[in-house]
Design a protein around this ligand. Structure first.
Ligand code: FE2
Length: 398
């Protein structure tokens, strides 16, 4: 950190210790320093302590820097026009940051013993937690519509890092969501935890959104052409939005519908019959399972588009390396399955997970031709919640 910035920090810390008004000091911080990353703050901590700043005053200064950081991210204006996918994401960042800051303030106020507006505050806390639950589509749009296009432009590291951070955000949110169905009494009893976790969420979002707003999004605006933005907007619309989103608009002029073509007759002839391409596609989309096929080079080649797919897939994912389609923490499992399939030591792999109260059965199959040449991997996912409840027989039509 430059020495003039360090001396401003020291000056503010001294004013904190002499009891000056914290709001005025925060304004001074914002005006003269702007954003100081938490990591930067920790780097100067030693020097400030050595210069006589107490631990307690540094804590206040550190919290002030966090507040300024969060408020700066919250007030950042979108760098693309309304209706552009980047505008949609940045407007959501701003709102989510605002919601996180509000959640933190509400839990802090309740923790201090504010009881008069307790019920109203708790209702709002539940509503804010609902907004975070909805924000899942925000992350899915980034992961499935934006990141694949960045990767096609050769930018693979930053989207992977952002995806890992999404996982961290979801881990924090998971703890918060446990409080959603609690009674008011339980929420009051758990305020300490709620306050601590909401501070973590606020800081994590500020750091993450700051990187996306100032590095990743400007890079996408530089790299993508109109046609690509049109596809991203289409994928955004397919994946869906939060109730507070400003939807992306497709310009539509560059999109040619990607019709599958096989022959002039548009028929595929199998050993056991023939189907038109339309029939084939419609059958795939009527299957009560999700299919994804990855070729021998580990690139996504096809996925079925049933109306209630379990795992979101956007058309931008076609051609994407499958390793990039999984969060870092599970990519080693994918690598292991694919290498076992490739060297023939395994033909299938099976998992089952709980997802939003549903049991999801996920299977991977090695696809080999008649000469045992490996063609790729077929992923089959199915919601088996209702199937698991089946007992006895059902022979009559409802
Ligand atoms: Fe993100």
């Amino acid at each position: 950190m430059a020495s003039d910035r360090k001396s401003i920090l020291k000056e503010i810390a001294n004013k904190i210790s002499s009891g000056e008004n914290l709001t005025d000091l925060k304004n001074q911080f914002m005006k003269s320093l702007g954003v100081v990353n938490p990591a930067e703050m920790m780097l100067v901590r030693g020097e400030l302590i050595q210069d006589g700043i107490s631990d307690t005053d540094f804590e206040v200064l550190f919290d002030m820097s966090l507040e300024v950081f969060r408020e700066t991210v919250q007030s950042q204006n979108p760098i693309a026009p309304r209706g552009h996918p980047i505008h949609t994401l940045m407007a959501e960042h701003s709102l989510l940051m605002e919601y996180a800051n509000e959640l933190h303030t509400l839990t802090k106020t309740l923790k201090k013993g504010e009881r008069e507006s307790e019920a109203v505050f708790i209702d709002r806390i539940r509503q804010l937690l609902g907004f975070f639950a909805e924000s899942e589509t925000h992350y899915l749009r980034e992961e499935n519509a934006l990141f694949p296009v960045l990767e096609k432009h050769g930018l693979t590291g930053p989207p992977a890092a952002m995806w890992s951070e999404h996982q961290e955000i979801h881990e924090i949110e998971k703890i918060l969501f446990e409080h959603r169905s609690e009674s008011n009494e339980r929420i009051i009893a758990n305020l300490e935890n709620l306050n601590e976790v909401s501070a973590r969420l606020s800081n994590m979002l500020a750091s993450h959104f700051n990187k996306e707003n100032n590095i990743l999004f400007p890079a996408s605006l530089r790299l993508f052409g109109d046609h690509e933005w049109d596809l991203v907007a289409q994928d955004f619309n397919d994946i869906g939005y939060c109730s507070y989103s400003i939807k992306a608009i497709r310009k539509g002029v560059f999109i040619e519908t990607e019709e599958p073509t096989v022959s002039e007759a548009r028929e595929v002839v199998f050993g056991s019959g023939k189907l038109s391409v339309d029939m084939l596609e419609t059958i795939f989309n009527h299957l009560p399972i999700d299919l994804t096929f990855v070729d021998a080079q580990d690139r996504v080649q096809f996925f079925s588009e049933s109306p209630d797919r379990i795992f979101v897939r956007s058309r931008g994912v076609i051609g994407r390396s499958v390793q990039l389609c999984h969060p870092k923490k599970s990519v080693h499992i994918v690598e292991k399955i694919l290498s076992d399939f490739r060297d023939g030591t395994r033909d299938s792999a099976e998992f089952w997970i709980n997802l939003g109260g549903k049991t999801i059965h996920i299977r991977y199959f090695a696809v080999r031709d008649s000469k045992q040449k490996y063609l790729g991997c077929l992923e089959v996912s199915q919601d088996v919640t209702e199937i698991l409840k089946i007992t006895g027989e059902k022979r009559l039509l409802d």
